[in-house]
Design a protein around this ligand. Structure first.
Ligand code: COA
Length: 341
């Protein structure tokens, strides 16, 4: 059963942080053989934010985490755990979460990174929820943060037009005071037989850094875009329908669908297969591109800030990515800070 039991778990704060520099499709036209028209038509992306030299994933994660803590009305010392979902850590080790913990001076908190492709965000939220529901933790900061621009081959038009940098965060708590949402259920999957669809092959155990790995461009994101597109279209609709049913809901009872912001065509085609109207989804990939493990945090934060998510509405957050992993988490919106007034 994907429904959580144990103590109820609430989202009590959110935050985001984006690097200042904006890279437009017109800028990309000058870098690779592409056009604004092609990118918009195939992906829906118009701009993306790119970190400045020296601006690290841990810097973005820290800024988003600090904003989320403020919005939850918590101090760093209230945190029991910090989980950072990322595929572009500053270094393989130490992890980003440990640096965030140190910068925040969250002296009572543990810290760990979670790497599971773009789905890392949903995995981290599910693990944080399980930790609070079981009584292990009371307050957990969950962050999704990426500086994928450092891992992209900027001469490869198949990938460089898709990704962007950014960070988003949520605070999960056992205390319902001022809660934005309550977490109801989660469902997580993986099909590791398709691990070749998205990868970053160079520089580690399988392909230690060598002149060959540099020559063959293995130190950059490799993607079979068309096969990813087909995989997601095949796997996601049935999975989402099933996890709604296991949570006692019909897809029609979900008020808002917050998708991983990878590609507008994927979102539209999955919704079509679920017979859900596109007015029930929130899209900001046009501004930010695919920010991988950060994307659903950015989308949830902005949808909430724009007043779209009303109390008692059901929200399904779903992501997919390298692995191939996929998953979802279902929330019920609460009164938030307004309920306290
Ligand atoms: N500009 C112009 N042409 C491009 C291009 C670009 N940026 N990128 C690829 N092309 C070309 C290809 O080279 C190919 O040319 P050819 O027919 O001469 O060989 C043509 O466009 C079609 O390529 P294809 O890969 O079949 O296009 P597509 O319709 O599948 O769109 C993606 C490509 C990447 C946009 C699409 O497959 C996709 O979105 N996949 C999912 C990717 C994703 O979401 N990944 C992240 C998951 S977390």
């Amino acid at each position: 059963m994907p429904l959580f039991s144990g103590k109820p778990v609430f989202v009590t704060g959110t935050g985001i942080h984006l690097p200042k520099r904006v890279l437009t499709n017109q800028d990309l036209e000058k870098m690779v053989d592409t056009t604004d028209e092609w990118i918009v038509e195939r992906t829906g992306i118009r701009t993306r934010h790119i970190a400045a030299p020296g601006e690290l994933t841990s810097d973005l994660a820290y800024a988003a985490g600090l904003e989320a803590l403020g919005s939850a009305g918590l101090k760093p010392e209230n945190l029991d755990m910090i989980l950072v979902a990322t595929n572009s850590p500053d270094t393989l080790f130490p992890g980003v979460a440990a640096k965030v913990q140190g910068k925040l001076e969250a002296t009572r908190a543990g810290a760990a990174d979670l790497q599971s492709g773009c789905t890392g965000c949903v995995y981290a939220l599910a693990i944080a929820t399980a930790g609070i529901a079981s009584g292990l933790w009371e307050n957990v900061l969950v962050v999704g943060a990426e500086v994928l621009s450092s891992l992209i081959n900027w001469q490869d038009r198949n990938t460089c037009v898709l990704f962007g940098d950014g960070a988003g965060a949520m605070v999960l708590s056992s205390n319902p005071a001022g809660a934005l949402a309550r977490i109801l259920s989660s469902d997580l999957r993986s099909d590791g037989t398709r691990h070749d669809l998205i990868s970053f092959p160079g520089g580690l155990v399988e392909n230690p850094t060598s002149p060959n790995t540099l020559e063959e461009n293995l130190h950059s994101v490799q993607m079979k875009g068309n096969e990813v597109f087909k995989f997601v279209n095949q796997a996601l609709p049935g999975f989402l329908r099933e996890s709604c049913e296991k949570s006692g809901l019909e897809p029609a009872q979900i008020d808002w669908w917050i998708f991983h912001q990878a590609n507008l065509r994927i979102i539209d085609s999955v919704l079509k297969r679920l017979q859900v109207d596109s007015s029930k989804t929130f899209v900001n990939l046009d501004k930010y591109g695919n920010t991988s493990a950060a994307s659903v945090f950015l989308a949830f934060h902005e949808a909430y800030a724009e007043g779209k998510l009303a109390p008692s509405q059901k929200v399904l957050i779903t992501s997919f990515g390298a692995g191939m992993t996929y998953g979802d988490i279902i929330l019920e919106m609460q009164g938030g800070r307004h309920a306290e007034k």
